[in-house]
Design a protein around this ligand. Sequence first.
Ligand code: NAG
Ligand code: NAG
Ligand code: NAG
Ligand code: NAG
Length: 579
Amino acid sequence: MMAPPSPYSFQIIMLLSLTTLLHIASHHHIQAAGSKVEYLPGFDGPLPFQLETGYVGLGDTDDDLQVFYYFVESENDPKNDPLILWLTGGPGCSSFSGLAYQIGPIKFKIEEYNGSSLPNLLLRPQSWTKVSNIIFVDLPFGTGFSYAKDVISHRSDWKLVHHTHQFIRKWFIEHPEFLSNKFYMGADSYSGIPAPAIVHEISNGNDKGLHPWINLQGYLLGNPTTTKKEPNDRIPYVHGMALISDELFLSLQRNCKGEYMNIDSQNHLCLRDMQYFQECLSRINTFDILDIYCEDNSLKNNEAKQRVFLSEIVEASRSSYLSVPAMDCQIYGFFLGTQWANDASVRKALHIREEIGKWERCYTTDFDYDIASSFEFHVNLSAKGYRSLIYSGDHDAVVPFSSTQAWIRALNYSIVDDWRPWFLNGQVAGYTRTYANQMTFATVKGAGHTAPEYKPDEGLAMFSSTTITTATTTTTSPPPLPQSQHYHHRQKKKKPQTFEYWICNRTLGGDITVKRGRRDGEGGRWCGERPSFLTRAAADSGELEFLLQRWNLLNTGTRAGSESSQLMSELELDSVATR
Ligand SMILES: *[C@@H]1O[C@H](CO)[C@@H](O)[C@H](O)[C@H]1NC(C)=O
Ligand SMILES: *[C@@H]1O[C@H](CO)[C@@H](O)[C@H](O)[C@H]1NC(C)=O
Ligand SMILES: *[C@@H]1O[C@H](CO)[C@@H](O)[C@H](O)[C@H]1NC(C)=O
Ligand SMILES: *[C@@H]1O[C@H](CO)[C@@H](O)[C@H](O)[C@H]1NC(C)=O
């Protein structure tokens, strides 16, 4: 798939002599926690934000299964702002991509590069770290600066899921001060496959009582691969965008019958239509159909032709360079990043271990695709009541918005806030709709595959207005239980429903999880094997809202997430008075 295999860490380690290994073990001090980064080569002056980088080891030894991360603290209120774990797509694209090209605080200055000085860095004013803490993690192994002795045996969807789960629990052990922050998983592109499974695993781990308990609230995904049937939606999408003719579209529908991925080699009519389709698209940048098309010389000719059909490896291309791309190409920034990340002074500043080989933005080969679809995880996570934001750059033909809308619709939740424009500076910035499973879908108008990269102002506006960032701040020491409260409802006529609450004492950092069940006792093992009920109270639905808000643990772990959010949208509490 890609240009010559690069010298990855495993090869390097194998080449090292025993004495060198001993040298590394004794002299190269392996730090447990991360280290602050105050200056970065290419950036003028001290960094005006808090950056920490480091390794978290998942193996038994200090030289195996080392996961590299960048942690950027919120510039607003790091103690109370949400904490996002960000996984870039690929699989195998370094999350440095998220940091330097999409939602992080720095970006490369696009200027001519002559090889005699380092690429320069600038601040990104629309960084999502203005309002949240973000951990950018390099996984699966072999990605970015993460390494393992035997990289290839650690690369699959499920391994990526387990490793990310192990990573985050270990990261929290080293950063207990962030345990009370609301935690969200964030991912885009191919990581729409592993990310929901990671959230599922973290949730199950919490249910089993794994330590430390993670204040998991939900997830956000951008143009996420989900069913892997996305390529089938490209045909109607590019037809809608006038990139193919009505006649070709009708013929494709007739001859291929909606299946454009696995075409029967005997189906000559469909193959003929597909070839015509390919010709129409061959010089379109499918990641952003409005952006300029740049010849990608890291691909072989036949692969470039096939590119529009790639279903799994959506970011496989665009990672290594045989020649310098044109400066107005998006990939020119990737080229600069590759020069920068391979410079010795940069590696020293980032605390990269000496044994790490060449950095490539994406290392997508040698990967076992063992999760076919993430749809079922969305089904389960919706039932558990987690919040989610799913956004689509609407000019992406790789994972078109229509694919995303189709699987969201298939979850069968009712709409609580129907399709409407959302605005930035008085202009329509996209459209949004919210479902009863607390899932908000939003488009970013005019954006490509990685929406905030193409539309940074809109990206930050969207992120800062979702409940992820706007929900009231987490209380580290919960206030006393409201035993008898009086509530006024705007809709007084509505008969209040009665619920029971179980307040589980799952203290870790002082948190309490509020869980809810129906009167009939349906519910079960919410607190693990033996529920440790602290308090039990019956109240009307207004109290439910109040309680959940009060602890800012809206719906954590509730069974009937859809039901309660429907309830909440019906009730507009205008005041809460204490009697
Ligand atoms: C290369 O670019 C840098 C920064 O733009 C400049 O200072 C330097 O003189 C250039 N070197 C050459 C050989 O052109
Ligand atoms: C979803 O939850 C059900 C019930 O707990 C379980 O049987 C199923 O395996 C889960 N699905 C996935 C994809 O884990
Ligand atoms: C959604 O509804 C359809 C039609 O009733 C059903 O076939 C499908 O299984 C439902 N999906 C889920 C996730 O429940
Ligand atoms: C919750 O459990 C912890 C540890 O068992 C205990 O120290 C704490 O007092 C309990 N909290 C409440 C509010 O009962």
